[in-house]
Design a protein around this ligand. Sequence first.
Ligand code: FAD
Length: 275
Amino acid sequence: MLTDQLADLGVQVWRPCRLTGLSRTADGVRAQVDGAELRARYVVGADGLHSTVRQAAGIGFTGPSDEESFVLADVRVHSVLPRDEAALFLARPGPLVWAPLPDGVVRIVAAVPTAPAEPDAAYLQALLDERGPARRPDRVTEVLWGSRFRVRHRIADTFRAGSVLLAGDAGHVHSPAGGQGMNLGICDAVALGTAVADVLDGGPETALDEYNARQRPMAEDVLSFAAGLTRLATTSPSRRPARDVLLRLLGAVPPARRRIALRLSGLSHREPTTD
Ligand SMILES: Cc1cc2nc3c(=O)[nH]c(=O)nc-3n(C[C@H](O)[C@H](O)[C@H](O)COP(=O)(O)OP(=O)(O)OC[C@H]3O[C@@H](n4cnc5c(N)ncnc54)[C@H](O)[C@@H]3O)c2cc1C
């Protein structure tokens, strides 16, 4: 849909293509893409966690050294759990997320110390037995695909270094707790698209500094929120009863529920509107 929309606006998308080199020039950047050399006034690195653009620009990407490990799989499963809402089990061995997808498929995500590269039905069944609902029966009937991944919290030192700009995971990565990564990247894209368009229309370049000044603190805020949720989910056994009481209380207070819903949807960062 986005590609069609861009085509309607006269923008050509090259895909696939690979950026292999980038250098800054007096009036912009020089980029090597699939063996060709391109010159441009600006480059936006929206090339993910291992961003070539970020590395070529020498922008640091730092954060705490600890790493979280997860298993993720899409399964078909016989279960009493609802198919129209996600559930989070704060089980003793670690959290498990139950996220129904279309066509009867359920995505299961769990924090685990180590996981097989391709989790099979028996492994996922054991996870559900250990962490899932006490009510039975839950039976995994098919694994559509599964994987494991590790996450570190990282943020780029800046989202702007002259003609080089960063957006999305190239600028920030964090735990999937709270499901904020893509939302935040889309917020970056909207803010940066507007800023670059203004500058190319003759507006002041300070719009690009404002992009960095606004989006980077927002990313820091989301990183600390995701880290807080992870700590809450993996808190020590002695603190779990207090945590569970607190969560139950929060869930019963409508303003608190609304606040959490706004945070999880990413809408709390939206500019206030007058309408
Ligand atoms: C298990 C899991 C669950 C998640 N759940 C959620 C969720 O519920 N909600 C949410 O908002 N977010 C979620 N996220 C985060 C979300 O997936 C990412 O934040 C998002 O995909 C980042 O988008 P991006 O476009 O910035 O980077 P990417 O998706 O990494 O895309 C980068 C693109 O750049 C291309 N590329 C890289 N290098 C080059 C190069 N040198 N030349 C050309 N192209 C290049 C890559 O091929 C890729 O297509 C989740 C992440 C994980 C791992």
